[in-house]
Write a protein that binds this ligand. Structure first.
Ligand code: FES
Length: 580
């Protein structure tokens, strides 16, 4: 149904704080005025919050203060009143045990910060992996007009004359050192070459994927995802987003108007076309849960199954986000989906236009970066959702990052009970393993790690790497970095720490992976599996107290987005009890 803008002028949410002459109104305005704000900023104009995930501990977002200033220019120009505030910033490369453990906490921070303050609309300033979904989740639960501005990717890395992709080459170089193909000195030299400008990972990793998801959902201005962090046009889109949010408030265009089932289908298909991260599965399921859209793991397989991966970017392909931007960026990909009948064209976006209207006239400037369908990296991009007795609630695999010869494979299980067990054994030449085996890692899911670490693409044993083998089938309840690759089965649900069948796999069991038939099977009898499950006792560490305990007790399975049970749904913007 077409969106109908609200009438303007009308009384806004912020007038509850600022729009009167009572003692409380004076109290709210007076304290704000200690910042040197003129009277007319409190005259009923839209008050726009800028949720800033700037932090020096989130290096990918360390340039967002500058971008916030650009957003403010736009807000002032359009007649709004900008107020910038910090929210919990989840830095992927620094935060332990894993940034994922704090995604839900950050979303709570954002939700409560928006609801408890005099805001009529928000600009979500994000970049690094978890910052994008956490702010979208929080804003969706409050449901006031919201627009995403990402910080943009880093410029291309270069080392020894070749492109170096964030993350992707960290794994590659690390394995090359283990295989004796690269020296440790060279690896150290590559360190600075990988990250040579402000911005988020320059591969189609999770940050670029989530920036693309925000755009494909309609929550960011068209073209936002790919503009490099240091390109002057990144500042322009921040400026324009500032202008736009003011009009969104006047129109009352909210996340619930944009985040429809059709929008999620568009995002899922886009993820297939860009060869996006498996992490998008968890985050989109969680965002959908906040707006009450009944999105399931099966929707990922159904909607994304026949989407060719046409974006030739690492980790699946050869280029980086900088080249994607020069080629035309995400609007070209979305247009291609539309031409192929794979786009819900009428989905409304933050611009007020439909998705189709804003992409229909764009051009592809480089067909080696955004490929024609007949040259797609894989005709079945998307995310393969596997089911079977090993994953009754599902597991995922990214076909575009996997090896074709392993897509149907049966092998002997080599089991690691947790990540410490893996680290203790993997470099031991006495480990009974070869390239035909299936590596199984337990207790790395949401409860088990805790936080669901990105260790699913566990490195291969050196003795296999030295043979020139670069891929083996790996299965776990963990996640995988969006910059990683391999025939890796992830998010196995229920997870081992929750008593899923993964918990009872033993060394020597045979496991069958059959991606074309979406099957993952532990080759033991039903009776044997039931007997093992009846004997199973949790072996993971349960945190005694604090946030880790809250997380452990309330996090849901990866198959439904790993949100907290008590955070699902949209709670709206009404303050439950006004203290004044
Ligand atoms: Fe922050 Fe990749 S580590 S975007």
């Amino acid at each position: 149904m077409a969106f109908k803008p609200a009438k303007w002028p009308r009384k806004l949410r912020s007038t509850e704080w600022f729009g009167g002459t009572s003692r409380d109104h004076i109290y709210h305005r007076s304290w704000m005025k200690n910042q040197g704000l003129p009277d007319d900023l409190f005259d009923g104009r839209p008050v726009i919050g800028i949720c800033n995930t700037w932090s020096q501990l989130t290096p990918c977002n360390a340039h967002l203060r500058d971008l916030a200033e650009r957003v403010k220019h736009g807000i002032y120009e359009a007649g709004g009143f900008p107020v910038e505030f910090p929210v919990f910033s989840t830095g992927e490369s620094t935060l332990r045990p894993t940034a994922m453990m704090f995604r839900n906490l950050a979303s709570m921070d954002v939700e409560e910060a928006i609801r408890g303050t005099p805001l009529d609309g928000v600009v979500l300033l994000v970049g690094c992996d978890k910052t994008t979904p956490s702010l979208l989740m929080g804003a969706a639960s409050v449901d006031i007009p919201s627009i995403v501005v990402t910080g943009g990717p880093m410029l291309n890395g270069w080392f020894q004359g070749e492109r170096v992709g964030s993350g992707t080459h960290l794994w590659k170089f690390s394995e090359a050192v283990k295989a004796g193909e690269m020296t440790q000195e060279e690896f150290l030299e590559a360190e600075a070459a990988m990250s040579r400008s402000p911005g988020s990972c320059n591969t189609m990793g999770t940050a670029s994927t989530m920036a693309s998801m925000a755009e494909a959902l309609g929550m960011a201005l068209s073209g936002n995802a790919a503009i490099p962090a240091v390109d002057s046009r990144r500042r322009v889109i921040a400026h324009l987003s500032g202008r736009r949010i003011v009009q969104m408030v006047k129109d009352d265009l909210k996340p619930s108007d944009i985040l429809t089932r059709e929008a999620f289908e568009n995002a899922i298909r886009t993820n297939g076309a860009i060869g996006g991260s498996t992490n998008a599965v968890i985050h989109l399921l969680a965002i959908a849960g906040r707006v009450g859209i009944d999105l399931s793991l099966d929707d990922w397989d159904k909607a994304g199954r026949d989407i060719p991966t046409i974006v030739n970017l690492m980790p699946s392909g050869k280029y980086l986000m900088e080249e994607f931007f020069y080629a035309g960026g995400l609007p070209v990909v979305i247009k291609r989906l539309g031409e192929a009948g794979m786009l819900n064209k009428d989905a409304i976006t933050v611009s007020g236009e439909t998705m189709w209207d804003q992409v229909k006239d764009v051009k592809n400037w480089n067909e080696d970066v955004i490929l024609p369908a007949e040259k797609a990296l894989t005709s079945q991009g998307g995310i393969a959702v596997l089911k079977g007795n090993l994953a009754p609630n599902g597991a995922v695999l990214k076909p575009s990052a996997a090896s074709p010869h392993l897509m149907q494979h049966k092998g002997r299980a080599v089991v690691f009970e947790d990540i410490d067990d893996y680290k203790a054994k993997i470099n031991d030449d006495a480990l009974d393993i070869d390239e035909t085996c299936v590596m199984v890692l337990k207790n790395c899911g949401p409860k088990g790690y805790p936080g669901m670490s990105e260790v699913g693409n566990m490195g291969l044993p050196p003795k296999v790497l030295k043979k020139g083998i670069t891929d083996m089938v790996r299965i776990s309840d963990a996640r995988m970095s969006g910059t990683a690759y391999g025939t890796v089965v992830l998010h196995t649900s229920p997870e081992a720490a929750a008593g899923g069948p993964l918990a009872v796999v033993k060394n020597g069991d045979m496991i069958e992976l059959d991606v074309p038939n979406r099957k993952i099977h532990l080759d033991i009898s039903e009776e044997e599996l039931s007997a093992r499950l009846a004997d199973w006792k949790p072996s993971h560490h349960v945190p005694d107290s604090g946030y880790a305990r809250l997380f452990h007790d309330h996090v849901q399975g990866a198959d439904t987005g790993a949100d907290f049970d008590f955070l699902k749904g949209c709670r709206g913007s009404a303050v439950p009890k006004d203290s004044h």
